[in-house]
Design a protein around this ligand. Sequence first.
Ligand code: ADP
Ligand code: ASP
Ligand code: MG
Length: 423
Amino acid sequence: MSRGTIVMKFGGTSVADAERLRRAAQRIVARREAGYDVVAVLSARGKETDRLIADAHEISQAPDPREMDMLLSTGERVSCALCAMAINDLGQRAISLTGSQAGIVTDASHTKARILDVRADRIFDALGDGHIVLVAGFQGVSTAKDVTTLGRGGSDTTAVALAAAVHAETCEIYTDVHGVFSADPRIVPDARKLDVVSFEEMLEMSASGAGVLQLRSVEYARNHGVRIHCRSSFDDTDGTYVVSEQETMEHPLITAVTHSTGEARVMLAGVPDTPGVAGRIATALAEANVNVDMIIQNEPVSEGARADMSFTVPRDDLHAALRALEAVKADLGVERIATDEMMGKVSVVGAGMKSHPGVAAKVFSTLGDHGINIEMISTSPIKISCVVPGDRVPDAVRALHAAFELSGDDTIRREQPFGEFAS
Ligand code: ADP
Ligand code: ASP
Ligand code: MG
């Protein structure tokens, strides 16, 4: 009699070499032997996805997105096949499946596809036969029957989508840190591990750069009521539970400081001050599948003058954004397009700020006291984000983490050999 189903996801560092892969296999087997049906999702090993991307760029300046997905999806297949071998050697039966074989159906936007449906009958059959099911993360098959990938960090979303489909009691995300921290432990070594974080806060954290959980995985978990337990693959300690607002007990003013160094700014000078122009710019970018983040438009001071518009995009999308804008520039009458590739963003997130004025003032004055120039600002009810020069991001994170007193005595520090802290 099964005790229920568990989804376990192991990230790239957690399967990087033979010893770690075997350790992941042992954890999976231990769960199975404790009476659970287990679906495990694996990422590509170590830096394999980065390597495959570099290979593509070595061959082609603008790799075809469909072929890019054929290439990138291989990394996760390797991990799953190897892990299945390790599990079989441990005396359990495992079967590895590609995303497509696992029934993960996506839209056709190559390299950042969205999951539309999970047709899990093959997984249910394999579980019914007593198998451990290993699913290659980060990939699916499009409605046009092509292999797709789900964007960087997409194995988290595979795991959550499968957890929803098989009604798993928990989706465990095993990674190289002990959970979700009050800041990236690579930048703030005494950041505090959060025991519980709400979907609402985690969404803002992931959206503003906390790559420990892919944004879409958190959206999917919230929409389908999946309970995430983000924890270390190197020991057995409890990690961070991402749960609904009702289940979170405390509401600290600020929960975390997040950051991103992968931002680029696009500045449009001399934008005609006529209705509809902003809409056409935004549409051109949306059609190029570029996610625009912060937008600032300066109204011209004098009648009939032209406006300036700036916005940020992920640096990886800058070329696509520029192509889309160049195509409509003349038609719209925009005078000049300039870019700044080395921008960063620092954000403070906390449900408690809804009811406490003064957080923005403290953020701005803290950054000012450290001589960090704020280039752009955006806010939501539970987040304040500032665009700052890329090279000042670590200083900005540490300054805000200290100003809001987020370090804790119960800190579990990030263990060494898995990467150096940035200084
Ligand atoms: P995986 O390969 O397991 O998916 P990722 O590299 O995608 O791992 O995510 C884990 C990394 O996320 C950590 O090593 C850490 O540096 C980074 N990170 C960024 N922000 C945070 C945060 N607030 N809490 C924990 N980790 C964070
Ligand atoms: N291997 C993919 C990446 O590096 C997906 C993942 O690890 O979640 O982005
Ligand atoms: Mg990840």
